[in-house]
Design a protein around this ligand. Structure first.
Ligand SMILES: [Zn+2]
Length: 64
């Protein structure tokens, strides 16, 4: 799912709670987490039965 765009958020998969947790981009790259660009975060479809939890504080304003 990686693309050439600049990552905008860090995504963690919490298997125990079946949650996709989206958070602000981590300053340090964590190989266990996914850094996604804004577009891929928006287009991301959680696995069936999972919920998405958006903890981001730096959500980019919707393009005018
Ligand atoms: Zn992308």
């Amino acid at each position: 799912m990686r693309c050439g765009a600049y990552p905008a958020a860090t995504v963690a998969l919490a298997y125990a709670s079946r949650e996709v947790v989206i958070d602000d981009l981590l300053p340090e790259r964590d190989p266990n987490l996914l850094d996604l660009c804004g577009e891929h975060v928006e287009r991301m479809v959680p696995p069936r039965g999972w919920t998405v939890r958006d903890l981001r504080t730096l959500v980019p304003a919707a393009a005018e």
